[in-house]
Design a binder for this molecule. Structure first.
Ligand code: MEV
Length: 303
């Protein structure tokens, strides 16, 4: 059996604006999806959602990866099991992680030898096939690990403060939220356009701050980014109350991560205050994950 894993991710800056070509800064986090593969007579995919063959309803991303490998190799049967620490549909990159880890696992099983850039590209094509539209952000960061500026694909220094995620457990559709922003942008281009480009400028400024490890300033910019995400209609009252709870208990800064409308927020905090920040988000009703940045992207865990 071969086991491969890939990390989740949070956005420090730039979700939604990245869809319009603006830069974003994303950070791989130390919560992972693991994929085990072994030779089998037929296609068997199992997860907490059940056991299926190729099935685009239950296991869309893994099914698409298997089809892709069937088109480029003689793959007929394989058993794939999925174990994930990343909450599904929460903006933490669960679909990218499952896609990228499955590509690496099948690549290792079949001895194809894909480069990391090929894996990231294939992962992005698969996300686009399943979701209709997706930026390259999630698949690239989860392949490479670390803190990455997109679309430049520039690797920045790893941040070494604490990262706290607050999950609203409210399902939100990335596709719908991206469409809502597009509608707003069409209706008020002179208003929404500058908001999106201002978010992009935060990533440009954020690049220097990340490399300087200036977490106080990064936090301030994250708070401004949150205000602009609210302005384009992707906030919700739960995300607002978690971000205020985090800031009031000593976080450097806090904002939505991902598409918004539900899903998760992220706070960065000094290590010594992380317990208080986590408790404040929890008492505001959030499901909390305390984590840290990781520079370990997709990897083979055992052969
Ligand atoms: C979703 O995690 C992030 C968005 O910017 C969409 C994308 O980048 O594909 C809203």
């Amino acid at each position: 059996m071969i086991t491969c894993s890939a990390p989740g991710k949070v956005y420090l800056f730039g979700e939604h604006a990245v869809v319009y070509g603006e830069p974003a800064i994303c950070c791989a986090v130390d919560i992972r999806t693991r994929i085990n593969v072994a030779p089998a007579d037929s296609i068997i995919i199992s997860s907490s959602l059940g056991t299926t063959g190729i099935d685009f309803e239950v296991h869309p991303y893994v099914s698409a990866v298997v089809e892709r490998f069937q088109n480029m190799s003689s793959l007929e049967g394989v058993s794939i099991s999925i174990e994930s620490e990343i909450p599904v549909g929460s903006g933490l990159g669960s679909s990218a992680a499952v896609t990228i880890a499955t590509i690496k696992a099948l690549d290792s099983l079949l001895g194809i030898g894909l480069e990391l850039d090929d894996i990231a590209r294939m992962g992005h094509e698969i996300e686009q096939r399943i979701q209709g539209a997706a930026s390259q952000t999630d698949t690239y960061v989860c392949t490479m690990g670390g803190v990455v500026m997109i679309p430049q694909r520039k690797v920045l220094d790893l941040i070494d403060c604490s990262i706290v995620v607050g999950n609203t457990n409210i399902f939100s559709s990335t596709k719908e939220l991206v469409a809502n922003v597009a509608e707003l942008n069409e209706k008020f281009p002179d208003v929404v356009g500058p908001v999106l480009s201002s978010i992009g400028k935060m990533s440009v400024t954020g690049e220097e701050l990340v490399n300087a490890k200036d977490y106080v300033s990064i936090g301030k910019l994250m708070n401004i980014n949150q205000g602009l995400l609210d302005a384009i209609g992707v906030g919700c009252s739960e995300l607002s109350s978690f971000t205020y709870a985090a800031r009031d208990s000593g976080a450097y800064g806090a904002k939505i991560t991902g598409a918004g409308g539900g899903g998760c927020m992220v706070a960065i905090a000094p290590h010594e205050l992380v317990g208080g920040v986590a408790a404040a988000i929890a008492s505001a009703g959030g499901e909390v994950v305390v984590t840290k940045a990781t520079d370990i992207g997709v990897r083979v865990e055992s052969l």
